[in-house]
Write a protein that binds this ligand. Structure first.
Ligand SMILES: [Zn+2]
Length: 181
């Protein structure tokens, strides 16, 4: 695969979409590898433990699922790729290769354009009712699904197993994922 260019492809500044964002500093060709999503490599349990106490209405997540056993915490030892925002009409995608995560351009990106990929944050059985509000997306794209979560629609509630005591399960931290192809 192509290496990441030494000259950075983007800089971080305030974004209309969400907090700070990453903006192209030059023309980026389709297929270019823009950045590696790095950070502390931890277990899912450790990720949940770290962000367990995070308020329910805090919609920031720097966690990225690499595999069933590894999560990258971009909030610890991460780089500027953690500022790339979610959007429903993305110009980038996250790619997992050899248990590393890369952000690549899926079309030509002009200088000044904000870099966007789909966070595809997973749903969980014990999500709060207003989870789509908390993770609301206002990216402004025509096809905006209104939420950073994927799948877009809330699945029908499965009957909870009686064996699982209420509250016995720890709250899982919200994690980004690469979109399944
Ligand atoms: Zn959107």
């Amino acid at each position: 695969m192509t290496a990441i260019a030494k000259e950075p492809y983007f800089k971080v500044r305030r974004s209309k979409v969400h907090g700070r964002g990453a903006f192209a500093t030059r023309l980026i060709r389709k297929g270019a590898r823009i950045a590696e999503y790095v950070g502390d490599r931890i277990s899912h349990e450790e990720a949940d433990r770290r962000y367990e106490s995070k308020a329910d209405n805090d919609n920031h997540t720097f966690l990225f699922i690499v595999s069933r056993s590894i999560v990258i915490d971009g909030g610890v030892g991460g780089n500027d790729s953690r500022f790339i925002n979610h959007g429903c009409d993305p110009n980038c995608e996250s790619v997992i290769e050899d248990r590393r995560v890369f952000v690549e351009a899926i079309r030509t990106i002009k200088p000044g354009e904000e870099l966007i990929y789909d966070y595809s944050i997973g749903r969980d059985d014990d999500d709060p009712e207003n989870v789509d509000e908390i993770y609301a997306c206002r990216c402004g794209a025509k096809n905006c699904r209104g939420t950073m979560l994927w799948p877009a629609k809330r699945p029908k509630k499965r009957a909870k197993k009686k064996a699982v005591k209420q509250g016995a399960r720890k709250k899982a931290a919200r994690k980004q994922a690469a979109k399944k192809k």
